[in-house]
Unconditional design. Sequence first.
Length: 292
Amino acid sequence: MTTPLFQNVDCFGVQVPDIDQALAFYGEALGHRLLWRTATSAGLGFAEGGPPELVLHTEVWAITTAIKVASVAEAVERFVASGGRLVEAPSEIPIGRLAVVADPWNNHIVLLDSSKGRLLTDREGNVTGVGPRVIPFEPSFEQAVVELIVGIQRGEFEIAITAEQQPDLRDIPRYYQTGRGNFWVALVGDQVVGTIALLDIGDARAALRKMFVHPQHRGAQAGTARLLLDALLHWAKDNGVRDIFLGTTSKFLAAHRFYEKHGFSEISRQDLPSAFPVMEVDVKFYRRKLPG
């Protein structure tokens, strides 16, 4: 079966004369939660969450709905080769690229990707920049993943561990991307700046493993750790995971605060399920229960 080209409907746009007035109507009066805003646009969530977003904008848009694809360049090539045509060539947008195509019946379709990342916001929802994009691991990332993880373990935290002592890093698809598990990387351009893994340990339980973020991409403003954890939690919920456990070293103090801030509760080693793989350096353990 041919792989579908369209990932989802990314946004539904509504042109308005004033963003503040539109937020008062769509947000305060109609109850849609603010996700992000700039001086000329704002994104609101729908009741069921996830994509699409309701995008309010003061600029003129030719088409109100945009469809997300993995890569605009590749999508345009496939669309045209299949009998469609290019209406507007790919152009740069803050989170990636955008193009307009038309099908054989002249229906115009806006395609966009998030190849540059996601919008980062402050506590009030104001856009502060663009954060990394998070995608599932592919074999081409293996060496970059090994270098990031081992570099942090040895160079930053002085843990005497090698890549050879972590055979899972050389066999990520078999070790993590099976059952309810998966492995994600955070990318800035083509650079791997973060990782996180979910290991299926049976009985609707999973272990959070290999969460590492490059020093230059840490902190709330960068948003890398939150994006990685969000990807993991969405996957876990969608795949029926009820409990997530993790172990960590005493040296990862910032990680302890991050886990506790995001709903993980500290537990004793005796409270771990028997299938949980305890690493030699693990001394603190956490658990997060998921709804459902």
